[in-house]
Design a protein around this ligand. Sequence first.
Ligand SMILES: Nc1ncnc2c1ncn2[C@@H]1O[C@H](COP(=O)(O)OP(=O)(O)OP(=O)(O)O)[C@@H](O)[C@H]1O
Ligand SMILES: [Mg+2]
Length: 120
Amino acid sequence: MNGKIIAIANQKGGVGKTTTSVNLAASLVKTRRKVMLIDMDPQGNSTMGSGVDKEHLKVSTYEVLLGFEPIENAILHVEGGYDLVPSNSRLSGAEVELIELDRRERRMRRSLDIIRIITS
Ligand SMILES: Nc1ncnc2c1ncn2[C@@H]1O[C@H](COP(=O)(O)OP(=O)(O)OP(=O)(O)O)[C@@H](O)[C@H]1O
Ligand SMILES: [Mg+2]
């Protein structure tokens, strides 16, 4: 399976990143695509917006980025029909913890490569 990666990022606050992410995920599901939404925001608004309680996450984007858990362990299937890798405030410490790690900017990319292999 090939799959496209769409990143929704903007340094400016309150410009509709979360709204776009959640609605795009739900809309793409309606076109019969398989969708995985990855919440990379410590605010966890996409997680909450997907109907998941961010305060009770066993595995989140944080553990995936730091290499404590494989991404498969973080995936939740949500009501909107897509898969979610959820996030919460644990992620806010990740930036500092990642400084020491090699190739830190490629860690999510590597996790996504693994998902491609598993689902192919
Ligand atoms: N297309 C739109 N038209 C009107 N209002 C919108 C639109 N998209 C988002 N909003 C509203 O704008 C506000 C901010 O949206 P949102 O939370 O998605 O932004 P954000 O970029 O994720 O913010 P943050 O930087 O805090 O994460 C919300 O109240 C949302 O309902
Ligand atoms: Mg947001």
